[in-house]
Design a protein around this ligand. Sequence first.
Ligand code: NSS
Length: 431
Amino acid sequence: MSKVYVEDLSKHVGQEVRLHGWLYNKRSSGKIRFLLLRDGTGVVQGVMAKGAVADATFELFDQLTQESSFSLSGKVRKDDRAPGGFELDVTGMEIIHVAKEYPITPKEHGVEFLADRRHLWLRSARQHAIMRVRHRIIKAIRDFFDDRGFTLVDSPILTPAACEGTSTLFETPYFDLGSAFLTQSGQLYAEAGAMALGKVYCFGPTFRAEKSKTRRHLTEFWMVEPEVAFNDLNDNMDLAEEFLEYIVQSVLRDRAPELKTLERDVTKLQNVKRPFPRVSYDEAVEILHKRGIAFEWGNDLGGTDETVVSENFDRPVMVHRYPAAVKAFYMKRDPANAKVALAVDVLAPEGYGEIIGGSQREDDYDLLLARIDEQKLPREAFDWYLDLRRFGSVPHSGFGLGVERTVSWICGLDHVRETIAFPRMIYRLTP
Ligand code: NSS
């Protein structure tokens, strides 16, 4: 008898198969027992009739508690009324492990209660759907760059210095060398990669000791960062919009059932097609003023400001040319206006805020050195980075996309804590 997964049942109609999984639910009606088996690829109902199995097997039903592990053998039958389209006429069953009383029941649980049991919560249908969408997004990210001639050059996680400001660094002792810092972004190393390989990306976990306790902030999150030699800010925006369209359309195509489980309004995602609107920071400030918000030129856009700006559009909006003073040291100033940096943030629609941050990089040695000094960054730690401006410097650009914020937006979630299997936030390090 072949060992199969629920997702493959369509290939085995009329055949006798064996499934392994966990008890999702059960009920009995007269001489028939119904068992819902979930195996990670789907859920199928097993129908066990008295007389169709040995009496001892029929009695086993009573021992099965929620989340007990077991195997079912039976004949696959097509049934259009069944959730997955198939049912199993059970001929045999074996219990693998009887679960203790399972803490997560179909009733409503508080978020903290569930977060404390995240290792079990992942078995729930909603979480299962989110993890499947996340995986598809990550695959789309890799496929997009791999298909376009980018080389993956991963950046180190233990680093000697800050990339995105010194206030959110996680520090750890490092043998005789003093302190190491968990990376906030792989960008500086990706720039070195781009000078060697032209088009590169790095993709890995990044860390920010963010004091922010919001629905958009994690202390550990995954970021993908493409970096391209000879790309200017416009090329960078072209790449970002093609990339986001590709991700969203891939998920729409391949994860429709999951989006349905999540009750996501997919019409909002179908709009995510190029070209995306591009507005300058100045224009964004005007939008805020028109909406009666007392926003001062020179400040960074806050979460609420981003929401107000993005409400004007039905797809992601690219806000470019921010005041240089609120942006990172490595960004190139606009030759037409030294007050602004050649930066771009992509704001997701529906109030999801910034999902991409990027820029054209400062490629002039003297200007970059001046910025490092201005921001009181340690020169020695950046000497290797300055080398990129000493030896064949070229215009180049890149950006970083936060995976969790993207998952949150595409799934339509309230909080990033559900977008990653084991979220890390200022107030949560467990499980
Ligand atoms: O700080 S960023 O805006 N930009 C960078 O780190 C650049 N060095 C990227 C680059 O040009 N290569 O962060 C990029 C994205 C941002 O838009 C969010 O989507 C995400 O990273 N991000 C976060 N996600 C979750 N939690 C936190 N705390 C967080 N911070 C940034």
